[in-house]
Design a protein around this ligand. Structure first.
Ligand code: ZN
Length: 465
């Protein structure tokens, strides 16, 4: 038998246990709280009936601790039971296909809901689903009978992207257009040249747009058609944009390093508000990579005839060749090798379709035998280095498609491969200091990536010819 005062302790313990039991079943219904608390009481009585000794020796703590441990089970079971009672929702995701109708799309998503279909067809905002481009992802949540709960997709309207969400609310539907957060990531990849740059970037899962930027970045130093060697390697850091965990597109290369025949070429993007493009690429030594003239007006090419005396293929007599011929297939884009103004775009004997760009009072460049002009190539139009001005062809005196490129200094043709051209001023002062911080960071990352000691920051940049 318990002494009277111990019995009072027991009663207060029971009250405490009730509070404890209720606290542990937070969020549950009133009915199940009572069940759980009753279970606690029964457990306590069981302890008491068995005459468990600790109650007599330490009446405050021991029963409470022992029973609270038992209480976890009904609480957990109750929560699982609650989840089981909830309506099962199915999640499905698929891509819009060419030739899809709303019915075929919804069917693949497991939606069997006439009310939802007619809402999507009739509602002004929801109708955007009918205009989705093939390849767009659509997600659906349905009840187990196929009734639509939510339908979600990403729509792009005039350059802005948002999430379109159609939600069932009882017997009605609502549509909302929610801002889709775009996430920016920086990705770093390394690649080794075995055949071509594009084969190497494909193998390293680098998007083609980034590969083209590698060509543009180092185009003043490396001719990617003729200069690449097996074993050349590169590191590249570029930004990518993601939405809802899906890849949207690649952005700008932030830094790149290309080792060509053992010579390292490095470039890093540096924000410069004074620059029209918001920044530019610099060597790790702070010198702008932007040369006054590109090495080649074509991204991928080989020189078929240099600047020299030669037997003219059509006239059949010895004549000075006043330019460089680049072999390329018809339709290959031709890029302006430097900033300037179009001085002539038309037909000239021998040259065929030809564009002449005046760069300043001294320099001009000539691009001949074009199959066609770029739409913007008109006399007086401003062009930037790298802009497409026309396409390779064989108009005029040409035996096959190629680009005849002339480099004129004070209207005199000179060899574009050997002429010394002006360069852009390097960074200095505070800008150079800010730049060096950026370079130190990227050098560290590249070294981690390649796991090798490329003396990026210290090696002098190899000047181009
Ligand atoms: Zn020529």
């Amino acid at each position: 038998m318990y002494p009277k005062d111990k019995f009072i302790h027991l009663r207060s313990d029971i009250k405490l246990l009730f509070r404890l039991a209720i606290a542990r079943v937070t969020g549950s219904s009133r009915k199940t709280r009572i069940v759980s608390a009753s279970a606690a009481l029964l457990t306590l009585i069981a302890f008491g009936a068995a005459g468990v000794a600790p109650i007599a020796t330490d009446p405050e703590d021991i029963p409470v601790r022992a029973i609270s441990a038992e209480l976890q089970l009904p609480s957990l079971n109750e929560q699982i039971a609650k989840l089981e009672a909830q309506q099962q929702l199915y999640f499905a995701e698929d891509k819009m296909r060419a030739g899809d109708t709303l019915a075929s799309l919804l069917s693949r998503l497991g939606v069997d809901d006439d009310a939802a279909s007619s809402f999507i067809r009739s509602d002004g905002s929801a109708r955007a689903i009918l205009r989705l481009k093939p390849g767009t992802t659509v997600q659906a949540q349905t009840a187990n009978n196929g009734v639509l709960q939510t339908l979600r997709t990403t729509i792009t309207d005039g350059g802005t992207t948002s999430n379109l969400v159609i939600r069932r609310d009882g017997n009605k539907f609502g549509v909302s257009q929610e801002n889709a957060d775009i996430e920016r990531r920086v990705e770093m990849h390394t690649g080794v040249i075995r055949s071509s740059l594009f084969a190497a970037t494909d193998a390293a899962d680098i998007p083609d747009g980034v590969a083209s930027q590698i060509v543009a970045m180092f185009g003043t130093d490396i001719n990617f058609a003729s200069d690449l060697k097996r074993g050349d390697h590169f590191n590249v850091a570029y930004e990518t944009f993601w939405q809802n965990g899906r890849f949207l597109r690649a952005g700008r290369i932030l830094a790149g390093e290309f080792v060509n025949a053992g010579k390292p070429f490095q470039a890093v993007w540096f924000d410069d508000p004074s620059n029209a493009q918001g920044g530019g690429y610099y060597g790790f030594d702070g010198k702008s990579l932007k040369k006054a003239f590109l090495k080649s007006p074509l991204a991928f090419t080989r020189i078929s005839s240099g600047f020299s005396m030669r037997m003219h293929p059509i006239l059949g007599k010895w004549k000075r060749h006043t330019g460089v011929d680049f072999a390329a297939s018809s339709g290959t884009p031709i890029h302006a090798t430097a900033d300037g103004t179009i001085d002539f775009a038309g037909v000239e004997t021998g040259y065929g379709n030809v564009v002449i760009i005046k760069h300043d009072s001294r320099y001009s460049t000539v691009y001949a035998h074009m199959s066609r002009f770029a739409p913007a190539s008109r006399k007086g139009a401003k062009v930037s280095q790298g802009d497409v001005i026309g396409y390779v062809g064989m108009t005029g005196w040409a035996t096959g498609p190629h680009l005849h490129y002339e480099f004129r200094v004070s209207n005199e043709p000179r060899d574009p491969l050997s002429v010394v051209v002006p360069t852009v001023a390097p960074l200095a002062g505070a800008e150079l200091q800010r730049f060096q911080t950026v370079v130190a960071d990227i050098t560290h990352r590249f070294n981690l990536l390649s796991g090798s000691e490329i003396a990026a920051a210290t090696a002098p940049r190899i000047a181009s010819k």
